[in-house]
Design a protein around this ligand. Structure first.
Ligand code: GDP
Ligand code: PGA
Ligand code: MN
Ligand code: MN
Length: 608
């Protein structure tokens, strides 16, 4: 294969020496036709989206229904995160740990260098300076993504703070940054016609935690390609946080104000496609309570001078699961999307230039499915992929909390863990203390979803909903959680809860209505924190007494509520060997505190 040399030098240079050097090196390796520095201007958005429309990647949606918004359909093979191709390449294998894929960093760089050689031929190489979190944070967290995908450029503009102001600050500080290199891995021969969604069957999503560096090859899907999100703000940031004594977590951040006007900030970790975006934007069904959003996927938490944990959302947009989103389940997401400037991927396209997905109102009589096929309500295949997504600016969210703009973040009163479990896990359980809460997080389990490639519905342990995102040894990560709990007074730490919106009755239906009704559970949590709500002590922690949970106006029988809250000792006894087996994975790396918690639980269950 003949490789084109870059025909034009970079459009704009930079006075950031290390960045200039890296951009030159990458251009030499990947041989793009041209290099463009992404500045974040409105003209650039127009140019990039026009280019995507011309390439057939984007369909421009009807301006009155979806202003300045686009629909993309991916290659059918490139629809989710690829955990099997995701690596943590620490120098020592033990630092990657029992839950991550590992390869020697030099060996991996050898493989990737071969793959990236000439990989941008015939394409444009974009340089995207970005910052995760606030530009005026005490220590702004810079990154630069180099990509050959216009789809990535358009999406990164929504999901992160990017462009000229970021580059100017980086230059002023000659700041360190995370180099994040991405290619779809589809070079074009001269004259070769491009496809709407270029990608490669060979995929590598690779992190070098000690070097704070990311290389991603072969996929255009959000979680694999928008490198500020999972790769930087979770995997790399968790390794940085471990070194520096803070936390990078897969958590939404929510502000809840009681009828008395008292505000509490709540963070919650659920695995992908288990309800973070919905809870982050919930519309309370109980009178007088108000919810506001700060973030729907990632929280960075540090101790403040007052000894409390403060959280910021490092992102600038929402990358939400489309199916199931509608006016009833998530009216605030719908309102955010109404603001326009959004990208929909792998949803159906209606004949009048709108989008549709399973669960949305106004089912069309005919549409084009995410696979490009004719779709009608009689079709056996879904119109939208189960992991189809919307990408939309957070600033358009009607209930965005003012504190979102505060680089100090908000003090967290409660941390929730949750997952999808048909059985065993009650609607809500309160941990006795931080170590017990860490045990709840460490043993969190959930049925797998379409957010990652692979079989769905399989129960797996997903510690703190971070299984696919821990950038170092998971045993050390659990130890870090235990250590965090020792850094402050117990009374200042967030209280920890385990929730399950997905428990089923004997007929397979959800026992709990969920969505806005989850405000009832949040109310109990706030009242627990304020010392006004009752709880029953059980072997697994404190659960609400039936009277303590506000079920006013809820269409549920007393039996149904009792079933949702039930602690069934038979089910829990079956859980013990599974937890023991899970803990065995960690060997010596398992914090002793967690084994003690398991022994305590076993004893308590034996006593009841
Ligand atoms: P995220 O990926 O963690 O942000 O999860 P989402 O909030 O996007 O939700 C993923 C899927 O779970 C969507 O199809 C939602 O409709 C569904 N979901 C979210 N919250 C609830 C809930 O409280 N109850 C039930 N039954 N489903 C929910
Ligand atoms: P989610 O984000 O957690 O909102 O699903 C994307 C992902 O985790 O892949
Ligand atoms: Mn996520
Ligand atoms: Mn989400």
């Amino acid at each position: 294969m003949t490789i084109n040399a870059p025909t034009a030098p970079a459009q704009a240079g930079t006075s950031h020496d290390a960045l200039a050097k890296w951009v030159d090196e990458v251009a030499e390796l990947t041989t793009p036709d041209r290099v463009i520095w992404v500045d974040g201007s409105p003209e650039e958005w127009r140019d990039v989206t026009d280019a995507l429309v011309n390439a057939g990647t984007f369909t421009r949606l009807d301006e009155t229904k979806q202003p300045d918004s686009f629909r993309a359909a991916s290659d059918p093979s490139d629809v989710a995160r690829v955990e099997a191709c995701t690596y943590i390449c620490s120098r020592e294998e033990k630092d990657s740990g029992p839950t991550n894929n590992w390869m020697d960093p030099d060996e991996m760089k050898g493989i990737l260098t071969q793959l990236f050689r000439g990989s941008m031929a015939g394409r444009t190489m974009y340089v995207i300076p970005f910052v995760m979190g606030h530009l005026d944070a005490e220590h702004p967290m810079f990154g630069v993504e180099i990509t050959d995908s216009e789809y990535v450029v358009a999406s990164m503009r929504i999901m992160a703070r990017i462009g000229a102001p970021v580059l100017a600050k980086m230059e002023e500080l000659q700041a360190d940054f995370v180099p994040a290199l991405h290619s779809v891995g589809a070079p074009l021969q001269p004259g070769e016609q491009d496809v709407p969604w270029p990608c490669n069957d060979t995929k590598y999503i690779v992190h070098f935690p000690e070097e704070r560096m990311i290389w991603s090859y072969g996929s255009g899907y959000g979680g694999n390609a928008l490198l500020g999100k999972k790769c930087y703000a979770l995997r790399i940031a968790s390794a940085v946080a471990h070194d520096e004594g803070w936390m990078a977590e897969h958590m939404l951040i929510l502000k809840l104000t009681s009828p008395q006007g008292k505000a509490h900030y709540i963070a919650a970790a659920f695995p992908s496609a288990c309800g973070k975006t919905n809870l982050a934007m919930l519309q309370p069904t109980i009178p007088g309570w108000k919810a506001e959003t700060l973030g729907d996927d990632i929280a960075w938490m540090r101790f403040g001078k007052d000894g409390r944990l403060y959280a910021v959302n490092p992102e600038y947009g929402f990358f939400g699961v489309a199916p199931g989103t509608n006016q009833r389940t998530n009216p605030n997401a719908m309102a955010t999307l109404k603001g326009g400037h959004s990208i929909y991927t792998n949803v159906a396209l209606t004949d009048d230039g709108d989008v549709w997905w399973e669960g949305l109102e106004n089912e069309p009589a005919h549409a084009t499915s995410w696979k490009g096929a004719d779709w009608t309500p009689d079709s056996t295949e879904p119109a939208a992929h189960p992991n189809s997504r919307y990408c939309t600016p957070i600033t358009q969210c009607p209930i965005l909390a003012d504190e979102y703009d505060d680089p100090q973040g908000v003090p967290i009163s409660a941390i929730l863990f949750g997952g999808r479990r048909k059985t065993t896990i009650p609607l809500v359980t309160e941990a006795r203390d931080w170590a017990h809460g860490t045990f709840m997080g460490a043993t969190l389990s959930s049925e797998t979803t379409a957010a990652a490639v692979g079989k769905t519905g399989i129960v797996r342990r997903d510690p703190m909903a971070m299984l696919p995102f821990i950038g170092y040894n998971a045993g050390d990560y659990l130890g870090h959680w235990i250590d965090i709990g020792k850094q402050s007074d117990a009374s200042l730490l967030p209280r920890i809860y385990y929730v399950n919106w997905f428990r089923r009755d004997d007929d397979g239906g959800f026992l709990w209505p969920g969505f806005g009704e989850n405000s009832r559970v949040l109310k109990w949590i706030v009242e627990r924190i304020e010392g006004t709500a009752d709880a029953r002590e059980t072997p697994i922690g404190h659960v609400p007494t039936p009277e303590a949970l506000d079920v006013d106006g809820l269409d549920l029988t007393t039996e149904q509520i009792a079933e949702a809250l039930a602690v069934n000792s038979k089910e829990w006894q079956a859980e013990i060997p599974q937890i023991q087996e899970w803990f065995t994975k960690f060997g010596d790396q398992l914090p002793t505190e967690l084994q003690v918690e398991l022994d305590t639980l076993t004893t308590r269950l034996g006593d009841c």
